[in-house]
Design a protein around this ligand. Structure first.
Ligand code: HEC
Length: 177
């Protein structure tokens, strides 16, 4: 009698593929695991303590120094002193420019939300302390409807440490920072 063996699917390629694939997976997971362990212990330095300016103390600074030009209502005087109320420069998320302005002054053309002023704001004399600068800027960022995060004393300290200036900033210089 002759029995014909039914055609068999060759198991060859499938069976040999499985262990290779398995090995590849094990190898890959092994690698991933070891690189995880290497990356893990990166230590993050604790954030430096931040001291937000005190807007109440800042009002007193404003009434002593800034009010002469920027006025009680923060609207300044048209053609002479720019407003601080409702002004995007004042409420910018990064207070770097306004910190520099109160430390060193500002001169030359500046576009204040569509109105150009071309005058000079001398640096306050005597100079504001880091605390006073943080306080007065925190006040102007939260007065007359302005709403922006207070300015920290540390931010003022860090910018003052970048150096003194013989002349007030120009807006062009501030924009390049
Ligand atoms: C002697 C007048 C005078 C005093 C005092 C003064 N400023 Fe100014 N301030 C100006 C002038 C003028 C400009 C516009 C300068 C320019 O044209 O480049 C200005 C510009 C500014 C600007 C940028 C423009 C804007 O409208 O946002 C800010 C912010 C600012 N002053 C904040 C202050 C703060 C805060 C104080 C108090 C610590 C102060 N100023 C004190 C006259 C003054």
């Amino acid at each position: 009698m002759f029995f014909r063996t039914p055609p068999r699917l060759s198991p060859g390629p499938t069976l040999s593929f499985v262990p290779i694939a398995l090995l590849a997976v094990l190898f890959a997971s092994g690698c991933a695991h070891s690189s995880d362990t290497e990356a893990a212990p990166a230590k993050v330095a604790p954030a430096a303590a931040a001291t937000p300016g005190d807007a109440v103390a800042g009002e007193a600074v404003y009434l002593r120094i800034c009010i002469v030009c920027h006025q009680y209502n923060g609207l300044g005087l048209p053609g002479a002193f720019p407003p601080l109320a409702g002004v995007s420069i004042v409420t910018a998320p990064d207070p770097g420019k306004i910190i520099r302005i109160v430390l060193h002054g500002l001169q030359g053309p500046v576009d204040v939300d569509g109105t150009t002023f071309n005058s000079i704001m001398p640096p306050p004399a005597p100079a504001l302390s880091d605390q006073e600068a943080a306080d007065v800027l925190s006040y102007v960022r939260n007065e007359w409807g302005n709403e922006a995060a207070p300015v920290t004393v540390e931010a003022v300290t860090a910018i003052r440490a970048q150096g003194t200036r013989a002349t007030p900033w120009t807006w062009a210089e501030l924009e390049k920072l």
